[in-house]
Design a protein around this ligand. Structure first.
Ligand code: SF4
Ligand code: FES
Length: 241
């Protein structure tokens, strides 16, 4: 069957303004949106720019906006959408555009750096065990956060970042901090809670749940943020409870 994709185009070297090109391709219901983009690039327009690497939902590099919602092009199938209508493919919102669907992801990594991911204070190793062992229950507290592939979909869907406080560090950075704060093998949770309490940090989150809705790894991002807020109040501000 024929499927039409209306794709955002912008080449800063030649274009003054962005525009859209519509491509019609032969596709199957189970084809991924990434397959469609590849087909366009291989068969119709080799100048179409987009990122991809693993093609299996692992690397997070092919996040784009599909019909207005951020998603991984390799995870979404043609049949996930109303393919009788044009599919609208655009770059992730908020990020500076490099070319077509390729965005500069640096503002995303700057947010992760705010929470100081390299700063580590580990709990001492138990000499009898020689390793920092974790029970299943302890590990379950960070199960969700370790699944994050840093794709940026949550940032591109966050109403706080898009409409209210562009400097907000965003869901993925808080989720990364949550991983450190709740990790039983570390003893720097207090310092980390103080870091994400800074202006534009965790208290800027208004729990819109958009991060949870769009996360391709089905991480309960908003719930993890709420758990972290509760821990901060209980441990750093107990008198306010
Ligand atoms: Fe992507 Fe989900 Fe991680 Fe956000 S939390 S960067 S949407 S995997
Ligand atoms: Fe790696 Fe889609 S190409 S997640």
């Amino acid at each position: 069957m024929k499927v039409a994709l209306k794709i955002y185009r912008f080449n800063p070297e030649t274009d003054k303004e962005p525009h859209y090109d519509t491509f019609k391709i032969e596709a199957n219901l189970n084809d991924r949106i990434l397959d469609c983009l590849n087909k366009i690039r291989w068969e119709q327009d080799s100048s179409l720019a987009y990122r991809m690497s693993c093609a299996h939902g692992i690397c997070g590099s092919d996040a784009v906006s599909i019909n207005g919602t951020p998603a991984l092009a390799c995870q979404k199938l043609v049949k996930d959408y109303d393919y009788t209508q044009e599919l609208l493919i655009e770059p992730l919102k908020y990020f500076p555009i490099i070319k077509d669907l390729t965005v500069d992801i640096e503002p995303f990594f700057q947010r992760i750096k705010v929470i100081n991911p390299n700063f580590q204070l580990h709990a001492p190793v138990n000499p009898a065990e020689k390793e920092r062992l974790q029970s299943i229950e302890e590990r379950s507290k960070i199960d969700d956060a370790v699944k994050c592939i840093l794709c940026g979909c949550c940032v591109a869907a966050c109403p706080v970042i898009l409409e209210q406080e562009p400097k907000f560090i965003g869901p993925a950075a808080i989720l990364r901090a949550q991983k450190y704060i709740f990790d039983s093998r570390r003893n720097d949770s207090k310092e980390r809670m103080q870091i994400i309490e800074k202006p534009y940090g965790i208290w800027s989150c208004k729990s819109y749940y958009m991060c949870t809705i769009v996360c391709p790894k089905k991480i309960k991002v908003t719930e993890e943020i709420l758990k972290t807020k509760k821990k901060i109040i209980a441990e750093l501000h107990p008198k306010t409870v």
